[in-house]
Design a protein. Sequence first.
Length: 437
Amino acid sequence: MFTAFARAFQTPDLRKKLLFTLGIIVIYRLGAHIPAPGVDYTKVQQCIDQADSGGLLGLMQMFSGGALLQITIFALGIMPYITASIILQLLTVVIPRLEALKKEGQSGTAKITQYTRYLTVALAVLQGTGLVATARSGALFQNCSVGDQIVADKSVFTTIIMVVTMTAGTAAVMWLGELITDRGIGNGMSILMFISIAATFPGALWAIKESGKLADGWIEFGTVILIGFVMVGLVVFVEQAQRRIPVQYAKRMIGRRSYGGTSTYIPLKVNQAGVIPVIFASSLLYIPALIVQFSNSKAGWATWITDNFVEQNEPYYMVAYFLLIVFFAFFYVAISFNPDEVADNMKKYGGFIPGIRAGRPTAEYLSYVLNRITWPGSLYLALIALVPTMALAGFGGANANFPFGGTSILIIVGVGLETVKQIESQLQQRNYEGFLR
């Protein structure tokens, strides 16, 4: 990997792309530290030291690179864009108009991208309003004595200015991501997501060392690093694993030319769903705690939810989290990969799987194989996601700040592998020597 980056910097056009990407990253991280108008920065820092965020709030804090709780201009980060992309992808299966656009090729994809931008801005307004309202009421830092003083001026004008600033910040982040995609290296949104998560690692690792009790915290620190390397190796191994379905295309004569007669394969990844099931499960499990938080109810059901679904190390929470990840893995694979459509396309172009008849038998075979490999993929996702609550359980509070969580590791490894592959492919295009030197 380091060799690929070194060779890339030696190539002039790739060097420009890498430096442009690094420049955008610097701007993004700078915006993540500029407070929004009307926010008392000193009181925010005082409350952050006492904060214990988890659930959906912790997920958004991770995707914003630590900017959410600091209430900066980039506080929402790329979370609205991620949510909008997922919603549009789900609606593509339900709404025929979106499905037709998807089949139109590049023009249809550009239209769906435009819809995603509009939905991102709308979600940014909603999430920004919720964040500002939560900060004004003091509920953002419930255990902080000055939590209700973070926003000193509680007028409507100040609230509108804060929401507009955060919405504009989200639009700017979306624009920066598209700039990286067009003029830099890799997928811009994925790169920004990678940077947001990686930016929280040093602080989380040092917090584990500071809170540790064995050998002044170095035992816990070393254990976390060791577990992190093991998890990265496991994630790389599984993310690269795939089932290759062989496909043979029949030879066809059109005029005097022969077409087809080639062999290829359909790559079915073990983790076909990616990190989406973990995000869905985390968001869904945070809803009961959110209802209790805003209802202030002291009823029996509210007490049971508080006792079992607020802390992530509770048995009920872990079991529900595990089952939801498995369910959403199958659900997302079912809507993102259509065996009937793949079988029809193969039949249209004269392709077939050796030993399987074209048409309906091919669709049934693909569905059978997909269900078989989704089981280990979903179990792998669930186990990776539960590592923060199971690993280091004997080290007290270290598991609350465990940086190598399932979502973060999956995103960092996936984006890292994809970016390195793109750099290597561009290097091969520019430095291809062929068989004769």
